[in-house]
Every structure is written in structure tokens, then in C-alpha cells.
Design a binder for this molecule. Structure first.
Ligand code: ATP
Length: 357
């Protein structure tokens, strides 16, 4: 089922929660709606579900306008943050529920229902928990039941609102795998809301980055992480160092640093900010390249495969963060307090006045 969202607007009182949202979702895609609190993710999900009315715009399922069709008839499966399992029903009955309440004509036989529930429970590795009640399960297990329950009715669209939000980091990671697995198995068009960048980058086919009721960027995880099209997306999708300087003759000048910028800038002698991810900071013991500037090592966090290094640039009196692989770190034999030389390997420049920053 493909989903098309065209020029959707939604206002709550005088507050514009969604401001002209347009988006195409292909059949079978797993899409993450990612953005800070209040950016409109849940409102958009609820509008797709038919749980919220829109003020303007249309929603199409497989090209058919379903804007006026009510939620029940949209054939959507839901998974919410707070496990909405029926407390008084066993795991089996929870998963079977959507099938059992179907009108007699379309209801599968008891045996068919049992087979389906067992297949789903074995997919989420809970086949031995069929007779338990929700309060006898962990949070992660409950969300797996919720996932199985949502899929039991073979929805055309699966909507998940911060499905793993209430769980601890390790369980969240585990559940991401489940979501991906179930998605691959059922190939149902799925949209999940999250404010967790790592979760979105890890699971989604494409990410829709939202900010203040608008879409900032849509793309694959690689697109949005490696080629953010705005300072907001850069900032929101990971750690970043800022080189706040000026654009002069096609170069960014920031303190003693002068380096090339992408082509396409016609402005000259204007304020410009270079964005650099920590792993794009090159560190050397000597200034082997012309655009290297000195910096002092303030702190080294060497736990795990990636070593984080806090640096201080004396020329501009600013701090930055660099990341190296442990091997590279060892080969450089870096010590706290030492002076080294740095340069951005990759620098994305934005002109503040283009983005009202
Ligand atoms: P969060 O991550 O915090 O859930 P979100 O991106 O999902 O945020 P929404 O829940 O869509 O954001 O809310 C967007 C804005 O609309 C918020 O400022 C919210 O307060 C407002 N809003 C949402 N629902 C209503 C409502 N029923 N009445 C009034 N304002 C609302």
C-alpha cells in the first residue's frame, strides 16, 4: 500500500502543528518520522491513521483519496509507546483479538486463528508465553506481543508511535531488530515515530526529519546523515563541531584556519558556519597539510572501539570533539595535554542568513 500525503495542514487553536506537509511513501517501505518534541510527528501519524482530522490537504492510499474515510476502515495496525495490551487476556488472546472480533463472514476458523497466532508468536520468539498475562512479561516482551497483535489482522499499513520509548537502551536495540525482521517478513508499509536519531538511522529505509511542523529533509539514513541539507538536520542527526567564520573568495576563514568550501557559493565576505562531524576531524602530530591548525588535547575517552578526544583551539579559544578508531589513536600515541594539528576532512558550510540561524 503506497501512501501519499499532499499539502497537509493542521492547526490547534492558533498553533500551526503541521504546515504544508507533502510526502510519498512507497509500498513496503519502513519510514521513520524523526524530530524533536513538538515537531508534529504524532499529529502526522494520527492524521494518516484517521484519528485526527486535517484542516487542509489530502491523504491517498494506493492513489485513492481516503481523507474522509474513518480510522476503522483504513485497515491500519497500531503499536503505541505504552503497551495497550488487554490486561485480563492472555498473550494468545491478545494476539487473536483482532481476528476473533471480525464479523462472522470474514472471521477465520478457530483453528486458523490458533495457527496464525502461534506463527506470529514464534516469529517474535514468544511461543512459550502464549498462556501468560501481560503483567507476567517484561516491557520488551510486551512490545513484541503488541507487534504480533498489530500484524495478526494483516494491516495494509503499520503505524508505530515511539514504540520502544519506555524501554531501556539495550531492550530498545533488541526491539529494533524485531521491528526490522517483522517488517521484512510482512512487507507492510510501516511508519514509526521517534525522537531517537540512532533508532531512525538504524532501522528505517528512509527518514523524514521534521521540525516545527515542516519536513526538513527526506532521505535514506546515509543521505540525511552524510548530506544534511540544513544546519538543523546536521545538528539533530549527530554530534557536530562548528567553525563559525567568514566566507572569503571561496574559502572558509575561521581564526587561523582557511579551507575550501563546496562550489556553488556566490557570496563573498559574509558570515558562514562550517559543520564538521567528530570523525571528520583529522589529527596529526605535525602540520603536514597547509590547512592544519594547532589544538591542545584536553581529554581522552578511550573506552570502546572509538576514541573520543576533546580538543581546544587556542587561535579561536574554542573546544571541539574528534573521534578516532582505537588503532589510529594508538598509532598516533596521543597524550592528554599535548599539542597536535587538526583539519576538517569534510566540512559542510551554511550561510546563517539563508537558514535564519
Ligand atoms: P513528541 O515527540 O513530544 O510527542 P511530536 O513531534 O509528536 O512531539 P505532536 O504531538 O504532533 O508533536 O505535537 C505537535 C504540536 O501540536 C505540539 O506543540 C503539541 O502541543 C500540539 N498539539 C498536539 N495535539 C494537540 C491537541 N489535541 N490540542 C492542542 N495542541 C496539540
Amino acid at each position: 500500500m503506497s501512501i501519499t500525503i499532499e499539502n497537509v495542514k493542521k492547526q490547534f487553536g492558533s498553533f500551526q502543528a503541521l504546515d504544508n506537509i507533502s510526502l510519498n511513501i512507497e509500498t513496503g517501505e519502513l519510514i521513520a518520522l524523526l524530530g524533536p518534541s513538538g515537531s508534529g510527528k504524532t499529529s502526522l501519524l494520527r492524521i494518516i491513521a484517521g484519528l485526527e482530522n486535517l484542516d487542509e490537504g489530502v491523504i491517498l492510499f494506493d492513489g485513492e483519496n481516503i481523507t474522509e474515510i474513518n480510522a476503522k476502515e483504513r485497515n491500519i495496525g497500531f503499536v503505541f509507546q505504552h503497551y495497550a495490551l488487554f490486561k485480563h487476556m492472555t498473550v494468545f488472546d491478545n494476539v487473536a483479538y483482532g481476528l476473533k472480533v471480525r464479523p462472522r463472514k470474514s472471521r477465520p476458523s478457530k483453528k486458523e486463528i490458533a495457527n496464525k497466532v502461534h506463527t506470529l508468536l514464534s516469529l517474535v520468539k514468544l511461543e512459550h508465553f502464549a498462556n501468560r498475562f501481560p503483567n507476567q512479561l517484561s516491557g520488551g516482551q510486551r512490545q513484541r506481543v503488541a507487534l504480533a497483535r498489530a500484524l495478526a489482522v494483516e494491516p495494509k499499513v503499520l503505524l508505530l508511535d515511539e514504540p520502544f520509548g519506555a524501554l531501556d537502551a539495550k531492550v530498545r536495540k533488541d526491539l529494533r531488530r524485531w521491528l526490522r525482521k517483522m517488517h521484512n517478513e510482512f512487507h507492510v508499509t510501516s511508519i514509526f515515530v521517534t525522537h531517537d536519531q540512532e533508532e531512525a538511522l538504524d532501522v528505517a529505509d528512509r527518514i523524514v526529519v521534521m521540525n516545527k511542523g515542516r519536513i526538513e529533509q527526506v532521505g535514506t539514513p546515509e543521505d540525511v546523515y552524510d548530506h544534511p541539507n540544513s544546519p538543523f538536520v546536521y545538528d539533530f542527526l549527530g554530534n557536530v563541531n562548528l567553525f563559525k567564520g567568514r566566507l572569503k573568495n571561496g574559502q572558509l576563514v575561521h581564526g587561523n584556519y582557511t579551507g575550501p568550501v563546496d562550489e556553488g557559493f556566490t557570496q563573498n565576505d559574509v558570515e558562514a558556519i562550517g559543520y564538521v562531524r567528530p570523525h571528520d576531524i583529522q589529527i596529526e602530530r605535525t602540520a603536514i597539510l597547509e590547512d592544519m591548525v594547532p589544538a591542545k588535547i584536553i581529554f581522552i575517552h578511550a573506552i570502546g572501539p572509538i576514541v573520543q578526544i576533546e580538543l581546544h583551539r587556542q587561535d579561536v579559544d574554542e573546544y571541539l570533539e574528534a573521534e578516532l578508531s582505537k588503532e589510529h589513536f594508538r598509532s598516533l600515541k596521543l597524550q592528554r595535554g599535548e599539542q597536535i594539528y587538526i583539519r576538517p576532512k569534510q566540512l559542510k558550510v551554511f550561510i546563517p542568513e539563508d537558514f535564519s540561524i
